[in-house]
Design a protein around this ligand. Structure first.
Ligand code: CP
Ligand code: NVA
Length: 306
């Protein structure tokens, strides 16, 4: 069997993603130590070229709960920071480890890491954050008590961001309707918008961002690597904060998601992130369960989870 990577959501078929989510539900329902034999003796490299709290800890802890030995390396302190080519790093890591999780900037860097002989998982790049959105699909299904297909989900804010673009990729795959709500000058690449077809609507008026939505999701206005544009972005996104007035247009049972870290008072207000609609802490927890399931699936152990 050739190795499989998870660089974008559509690296999995819908059937495969559905299986990963089912494994995640099983693992989540079990005691933490129940599966330490599943991937025993295997190792996971987690390579971070950008800051991380959730991704780092959930992969590291999740790997250990499956019996794996996780190794986390950053740019600082590794030879990557001193210019060692990614393709050389990839070849060497694959001699030691059974899978590589990689957080980076440009997609070219991710693709170069994916030349490794072992599965490579995109743990965020400039163009997408697919593990986050795969985890978020589980959160939506758990919290709304049904499949995600047919739901109306808004992403509010920077619709050119990695998060918005992974939501855009997810919409036709999982069959929900995505409302991409944000200023016109911060939209996704036109080709990606076109690929989502009738599964996406662009909204450029904040008063209608959350209209009739089941889920309202947001993210920072300034992503990692865009710090120099911070002031300009704060001005461009003013008026797009997720708060009560916006949420009053959503469905009565609508929930709020945020991949975190959040900037209270910018893209979301304190009352909303701490309020009754917020599911952000359950969302963060699901990083652990779904990523464990993804590792199990990528490493060929899915048949051992029933
Ligand atoms: N949401 C997310 O990926 O968080 P971290 O940047 O903390 O990993
Ligand atoms: N869009 C954010 C997501 C952080 C998890 C960023 O790239 O910084």
């Amino acid at each position: 069997m050739p190795k499989r990577d998870f660089l974008t959501l559509t690296d999995l078929s819908l059937a495969e993603a559905t299986r990963v989510l089912a494994i995640a539900r099983t693992l989540k329902a079990e005691p933490k130590g129940a599966r330490t034999g599943l991937l025993a003796g295997r190792s996971l490299a987690v390579v971070l070229e950008k800051a991380s709290t959730r991704t780092r800890v959930s992969f590291e802890v999740g790997a250990a709960q499956l019996g794996m030995h996780p190794v986390v390396i950053g740019t600082q302190g590794s030879q990557l920071g001193r210019g060692e080519p990614i393709k050389d790093t990839a070849r060497v890591l694959a001699r030691y480890c059974d899978a590589i999780v990689f957080r980076t900037s440009a997609t070219e860097r991710l693709r170069e890491m994916a030349t490794a002989a072992v599965p490579v998982v995109n743990a965020l790049s400039d163009d997408g954050h697919p593990v986050q959105v795969l985890c978020d699909v589980l959160t939506v299904e758990e919290q709304l008590g049904a499949g995600i297909a047919g739901k109306r989900i808004a992403f509010v804010g920077d619709c050119s961001s990695n998060m918005a673009r992974s939501w855009l990729e997810a919409a036709p795959m999982f069959g929900f309707h995505l409302v991409l709500a944000g200023p016109s000058s911060y939209g996704p690449p036109p080709g990606e918008l076109a690929r989502a077809g009738a599964h996406v609507t662009r909204v450029e008026d904040p008063a209608h961002a959350a209209d009739r939505c089941d889920v309202v999701n947001t993210d920072v206005w300034t992503s990692m690597g865009q710090e120099a544009e911070g002031q300009e972005r704060t001005e461009a996104f003013s008026g797009w904060r997720v708060e009560d007035r916006m949420m009053s247009r959503a469905k009565p049972g609508a929930i709020v998601l945020h991949c975190l870290p959040a900037h209270r008072g910018e893209e979301i207000d304190e009352g909303t992130i701490e309020g009754p609609r917020s599911r952000v802490w359950d969302q963060a927890e699901n990083r652990l369960h779904v990523q464990k399931a993804l590792l199990v699936w990528l490493l060929g152990a899915a048949d051992r989870v029933r």
